[in-house]
Design a protein around this ligand. Structure first.
Ligand code: SF4
Length: 493
């Protein structure tokens, strides 16, 4: 019997938690939300969930893994049948709505109990809530709510928002969502499903993207990225404004504020560098266009005498295109990914990891042999796999290896929804560029400057000062004291 091929979980670069979707009034809302989450799969692969309403109750389906694994065809049928009952039993023309979520988390238990949307109750009835981002004061709020007798069912910071809504509306009619959101600090894009509407809200700094689209039917949909709107055939209308709550119901779309827009927003610039789909438009610009321009900017900042430019697949492709165009060097694909390498969750040794990288990426000897090669990637986190890849290119006969990274060195932790490695494991923490170059064994190394990054990311609608760059600069847009930092690490959803 043949031996099974080795399967290794290669070190993750950086992971973001969560994509969200909300849709109202459309036939088969669960199916639409499901399709939208396919387009958002890059934002989270740990678990996925959908909820629908029939105008009275909320039906939920969640599971672990990719959207296609977590949500079965029978789940979708059950949820859509539930939503359709609203139109059949209430002499209302439209079915109810749906919200959905896909999640990534590297902290806390990887359990279905933490899968979203979460369902709770408040004065206004049953409510389901899904969240993208990270609350930095969730631990304090949780303690305070527990002291007042609230029992939590999950370890997710998202449940804190449901508990705050219930607490706010316990004794009086109020805008429970607005009151809850006024108490939480950090990064959040949330979608909620009520009996008669969906709502979507974004924190006052606008850390994560959240887009509104209009379906061909005239109904509205909200999703983390415009690529999800495209899948549904929806037309991009605008982003949900920082500090805004958008309501979508049978009456159409309405807006109210729970907070002013922060004077200096904090759009995550790493969304442009790495996270968001190249096909999406976020913070006023198309991601693919920005990434190509980041490559071009690198070619201006760090030109080098070389024979060709090649990307680190797949993440470096867009920037490599821009670098090649700006530098006039030929673009070649010399590193070929094997898309059929599976993943398990064993912890490989260094030797096994190197073997796994060799299996996952093959070098085209004819492209690199005897050549001075510029390799473009979007970021370096730990640097362990980068070193192995650079050694592979060298071993394949490259005469010179010049590495260009389309963002600055990542040196500080993120508390706003991105899981980088432990700061102690980041290759750039406490190290200069020359030190990193020597460690990676390349002939030259350049990280795009913060100024260069912001010059490209900025546009008419969003100037450079409205981007968060804390993981590069250590300048956090909101105070993050040591206690808060500890709490943030514990509070990840
Ligand atoms: S710290 Fe970095 S990854 Fe986190 S929100 Fe800011 S720019 Fe994005």
């Amino acid at each position: 019997m043949p031996h099974p091929l080795p399967q290794f979980d290669l070190p993750r670069q950086a992971n973001e938690k969560c994509g969200v979707v909300a849709i109202w009034g459309e036939q088969s809302p669960a199916r639409h939300a499901f399709l939208a989450h396919f387009a958002l799969q890059h934002r989270g692969q740990e678990s996925a969930g959908l909820c629908t309403t029939d105008g009275r109750t909320i039906e939920r389906a969640v599971g672990m893994g990719l959207v296609s694994q977590a949500i079965t065809p029978s789940d979708i049928e059950r949820l859509d049948a539930h939503a359709t009952q609203r139109a059949q039993t209430n002499s209302i023309r439209k079915p109810g709505g749906a919200i959905g979520h896909n999640r990534y988390s590297t902290t806390g238990p990887s359990a279905a109990a933490n899968a979203q949307p979460l369902v709770g109750h408040y004065r206004g009835g049953p409510v389901a809530l899904a969240h993208n981002g990270n609350l930095v004061n969730a631990v304090q709020l949780r303690k305070s709510l527990e002291a007042r007798g609230h029992a939590f069912a999950t370890t997710s910071d998202t449940e804190v928002m449901l508990a705050l809504m219930a607490a706010a509306s316990q004794e009086r009619e109020t805008d429970a969502l607005a009151e809850a959101l006024q108490q939480v600090t950090g990064a959040f894009c949330v979608v909620l499903l009520h009996q008669d509407r969906v709502e979507a809200a974004r924190d006052p700094h606008g850390w994560r993207p959240l887009a509104i689209g209009k379906m061909p039917s005239g109904n509205y949909v909200v999703a983390s990225e415009t690529v999800a709107l495209d899948v549904l055939g929806a037309e991009f209308v605008r982003e949900v404004e920082p500090g805004e709550i958008v309501t979508i119901s049978d009456d159409g779309i309405a807006s109210r504020r729970f907070a002013d827009v922060a004077p200096r927003r904090a759009h995550c610039v790493f969304e442009h560098v790495y996270f968001a789909s190249p096909a999406s438009k976020i913070f006023g610009q198309t991601v693919q266009t920005v990434r190509e321009q980041l490559g071009a900017k690198m070619a201006e900042e760090a030109p080098v005498e070389a024979d060709l430019v090649m990307p680190m697949p797949d993440s470096g492709r867009s920037a490599a295109t821009g670098y090649a165009r700006q530098s006039g060097l030929p673009y070649r694909e010399g590193i070929i990914p094997n898309r059929y390498v599976g993943r398990t969750f064993i912890k490989p040794t260094d030797e096994e990891r190197a073997a796994a990288v060799r299996v996952k990426l093959n070098i085209v000897g004819d492209v690199v042999r005897g050549k001075r090669v510029v390799i473009v990637d979007d970021s370096i986190v730990r640097g362990t796999t980068t070193k192995i890849k650079m050694d592979q290119v060298r071993a394949a006969g490259a005469k010179e290896v010049h590495l260009r990274i389309s963002c600055p060195p990542i040196r500080y932790p993120c508390y706003f929804g991105v899981d980088f490695a432990d700061p102690k494991e980041l290759i750039a923490t406490g190290r200069g560029v020359e030190h990193i170059r020597a460690q990676l064994g390349v002939d030259s190394l350049h990280f795009l400057s913060i100024d260069g990054l912001l010059a490209v990311a900025a546009c008419d609608e969003v100037t450079g000062e409205h981007f968060c760059t804390a993981c590069y600069s250590g300048e956090y847009r909101i105070p993050v004291d040591p206690e808060l930092r500890k709490n943030a690490m514990a509070a990840k959803c």
